[in-house]
Design a protein around this ligand. Structure first.
Ligand code: THU
Length: 140
């Protein structure tokens, strides 16, 4: 059991979803015009946002979830309680497979909140394990 599981961080889904919606404003998506925002809640209560960044070489594009995760990890954060993802799409944007793998590695205990930017009151909740059972692990 991870050490931090004894810590208590209140997960306020509305607040994290609002942070993801705010982070979405930073999206750099000139090709798809599909703006995605993400926000991670750390076990110490910090919220770190990110947005998708696209490249003219389309495959180099990085999703909002990974931008938020890379920001948080490189700022020294390790333990995550939740992530919210927001975009303008019916039902909200489900994380892609690549992001699910990264979340399974670095935020395995996180709750995942998904919302449509036009309806932030309706939030779908998942677990990282539920989104990617049997994630790849590098066996020794
Ligand atoms: N995108 C995300 O930011 N997160 C996902 O989980 C899926 C897709 C972005 C990548 C690209 O900039 C745009 O959405 C269209 O695929």
């Amino acid at each position: 059991m991870p050490l931090w599981q004894n810590e208590i961080v209140k997960i306020d889904s509305k607040k994290i979803v609002a942070a993801a919606a705010a982070a979405r404003a930073g999206s750099v998506s000139p090709y798809s015009k599909f703006k995605v925002g993400a926000a991670l809640l750390t076990q110490t209560g910090e919220i770190i946002g990110g947005a998708n960044v696209e490249s003219a070489s389309y495959g180099l594009t990085c999703c909002a979830e990974r931008i938020a995760l890379f920001k948080a990890l490189t700022a020294g954060q390790k333990n995550f309680a939740a992530i919210a993802v927001v975009a303008r799409c019916d039902g909200g944007p489900m994380p892609c497979g690549a992001c699910r793998q990264l979340l399974a590695e670095y935020a395995p205990e996180a709750r995942v909140f998904i919302a449509d930017s036009d309806d932030l009151q309706t939030v779908k909740t998942f677990t990282v394990r539920g989104l990617l059972p049997h994630a790849f692990r590098l066996a020794p």
